[in-house]
Design a protein around this ligand. Structure first.
Ligand SMILES: [Fe+2]
Length: 250
């Protein structure tokens, strides 16, 4: 199985980085997505949704500033983006991941670290709180430098959150949520990260969520259209894909 999270090319970066969801948007009745479920608010993020909380987290781990400095950046806190993510993409990714897990065969479900997947889903793009708005919400394709900065978000999220009460498994999923089964992607994996079922569920939930969300440059795809795109990664089908199809109810 080849999971090609980047199969949408440059647009995928835009797809996963541009959320235009209004606040208090927790149900399908008031957001424009292909999702028809009622979602549980992402209350796990509440303690972090202020500039002072993020500033405190930066102070707790000097590695954050070091990464920014190495890339010619200052610690600019984009709290509005984090708030949008909290009520949109992160929330949906968590609920879709839960849906996928719930539709896996029961013996497989027992093997999954459900807590780590769901916690990672809700925090996976947390590092975007340190990515400037002009990059996050750029309507055209990112240039190489901008891409390099955008790609810092998984590592920045990991470093910001490693001083918080998250499990090592959750933190690892956050850091490597843009890794592929072929060990490509970012950041470069030098720590023995193994791409397991948990990482696959998170990647598929992330991608499906991004596809069915409305973005500034594209409408929300229907569930059917989104599944057709994800199917390209699963020409022979697969456990996680089949569970997503069941969850989507198509
Ligand atoms: Fe991401």
């Amino acid at each position: 199985m080849t999971l090609n999270i980047n199969s949408l090319g440059n647009n995928y970066n835009l797809l996963i980085n541009s959320i235009s969801t209004p606040r208090k948007a927790f149900t399908a009745s008031n957001v424009q997505t292909g999702i028809s479920d009622t979602f549980t608010p992402a209350s796990e993020l509440n303690p972090y949704l202020s500039e002072s909380a993020i500033r405190q987290m930066i102070l707790m781990n000097p590695q954050v500033v070091k990464i920014l400095k190495n890339n010619g950046l200052k610690a600019e806190i984009n709290i509005k983006e984090l708030q949008k993510l909290a009520e949109g993409h992160l929330l949906w990714t968590k609920n879709i991941a839960a849906g996928i897990i719930g539709n896996l065969p029961s013996d497989i479900q027992k093997q999954i670290n459900r807590q780590a997947v769901l916690q990672a889903a809700i925090f996976h793009d947390f590092g975007k709180v340190l990515i400037q708005n002009k990059i996050i919400n750029k309507k055209s394709a990112l240039n190489d430098k901008e891409k390099q900065i955008m790609n810092l978000h998984s590592e920045l999220g990991y470093e910001l959150l490693k001083t918080q009460k998250l499990s090592p498994e959750t933190l690892e999923l956050i850091k490597y949520h843009h890794q592929t089964p072929e060990n490509t992607g970012y950041p470069i994996n030098n720590t023995g990260f193994t791409y397991g079922l948990e990482a696959e569920i998170l990647a598929v939930a992330d991608k499906y969520s991004a596809l069915i969300e409305k973005r500034s440059y594209k409408p929300a795809l229907s569930k059917k259209e989104a599944l057709e795109i994800i199917k390209q990664d699963y020409p022979q089908g697969g456990l996680v894909y089949d569970a997503l199809v069941n969850y989507a109810g198509i």
